[in-house]
Design a protein around this ligand. Structure first.
Ligand SMILES: Cc1ncc(COP(=O)(O)O)c(C=O)c1O
Length: 392
């Protein structure tokens, strides 16, 4: 058997590798606590489940949907963008359903990139910003996210030759894995940069609804001119605890939205209409649910800040996202630290380089586990580190 080489170009998907390690330990009877994967532990809100159950009983939802999405889905999505972000979207041309943000990132890359093109992809970044372009045959140019720049790419430092070949700029704020938020004026600069260099901005908005301390994350589409140069991928996965449901929205520039939709008509048949109706329920009846989730994560965040400080790891509490991006203690690499806490504390953290080379020296902790398990995990890390200090 011979396989296409494109899969060999990307490392094994980080979380697949983590899942394997966790399963192995659990088979050995070890109580592993995973802070590695950003998968909400709490259930989807009840009105969403009720809407799905009702819709699934209606045979009218059982046939192939269209990749345009139902009128109700698009009107609700437009209403949400208007009310939440003050963004007007044309329901006929500027919105389509996505089977989750991940699907959209991958397929948008296929719709926009040819072999020889360049994708400007944040480093560290969500792995599909690399895999999607590589599968399209394009080259990836990493944009390092440095702490001193607020984990925002320095657009001015990209070599001209690279910019000339670039066709896509991926951005993602609030950011995974760093938890950073966008600074005022940055999206404006990105629009200018895209206009000047004829490239498409793809803003991956997976976390705008998980915010703390009164912060409200903007949509990229709020930026003047954004719709001329780009799109936004909005996901319901994190705000509404719907990771398993595969629902999101692609909105913005009508030409990009249409090319993405066309591509998908060749590869998938759209979103189950019952899931579209459940999404409508999320964005209307359960509209405020992400605020409740944000309170849960804020409480867990404070608990972790305190515990990390107690073991000498200082962090800026994130203003959004369920993630902490933490420097490893001195004397460790990301990998050796992740290995240590897995072996000695049976706690899984994500090593920074899994998100790109600039992640070296960091690890990511996800707050998507119950408070008591989170406390237990931090306690275990603390005693592992203390034991290390005593041994040393
Ligand atoms: C930055 C980012 N984009 C997209 C996604 C994927 O979300 P979805 O479940 O909608 O595919 C994630 C999930 O972790 C993410 O962190």
């Amino acid at each position: 058997m011979r396989f296409a080489k494109r899969l060999d170009q990307v490392p094994p998907y980080l979380f697949a590798e983590l899942e394997r390690k966790i399963a192995e330990k659990r088979r050995e009877g070890i109580d592993v606590i995973s802070l590695g994967i950003g998968d909400p532990d709490l259930p989807t809100p009840e009105p969403v489940i009720a809407a799905l159950a009702e819709a699934a009983r209606d045979p009218g939802t059982h046939q192939y949907p269209t990749n345009h999405g139902s009128d109700e889905f698009r009107e609700t999505a437009a209403g949400f963008y208007r009310e939440r972000f003050g963004v007007e979207l044309d329901t006929g041309s500027e919105i389509v359903p996505a089977l989750g943000g991940k699907e959209a990132v991958g397929h948008v890359a296929l719709a926009l990139l040819d072999p020889g093109d360049v994708s400007l992809s944040p480093d560290p970044g969500y792995p599909p910003y690399t895999a999607g372009p590589l599968f399209a045959g394009a080259d990836v140019h990493y944009l390092p996210l440095a702490e001193e720049n607020g984990f925002l790419p320095d657009l001015g430092s990209i070599p001209e030759k690279v910019v000339a070949r670039a066709n896509v700029l991926f951005l993602n704020y609030p950011n995974n894995p760093t938890g950073a938020i966008v600074e005022p004026g940055y999206f404006e600069r990105a629009v200018e940069f895209a206009r000047a260099n004829d490239l498409v901005v793809v803003h991956d908005n997976a976390y705008s609804e998980i915010c703390f301390d009164g912060y409200q994350a903007p949509s990229f589409l709020e930026t003047p001119g954004a719709k001329d140069v780009g799109i936004e991928i909005f996901s319901l996965s994190k705000g509404w605890n719907m990771t398993g449901w595969r629902t999101g929205i692609v909105a913005g520039n009508a030409d990009v939205v249409e090319r993405y939709r066309q591509l998908k008509t060749n590869l998938d048949s759209g979103m189950f209409e019952a899931v579209q109706l459940a999404t409508v329920a999320a964005l209307t009846e359960a509209r405020d649910f992400p605020r409740e989730m944000s309170e849960v994560y804020a409480r867990r965040r404070d608990l972790v800040v305190e515990a990390l400080a107690a073991i000498g790891l200082s962090v800026d509490p994130p203003k959004a996202t369920p993630y902490f991006w933490v420097r490893v203690p001195e004397g460790y690499t990301s990998e050796s630290f992740a290995e240590l806490v897995l072996e000695e504390a049976a706690v899984v953290v994500s090593p920074g380089p899994s998100y790109g080379p600039s992640g070296e020296g960091f690890f990511r902790v996800s707050l998507t586990v119950a408070d008591d398990r989170l406390e237990e995990a931090v306690r275990r890390i603390e005693s592992t580190l203390r034991a290390g200090i005593i041994e040393a």
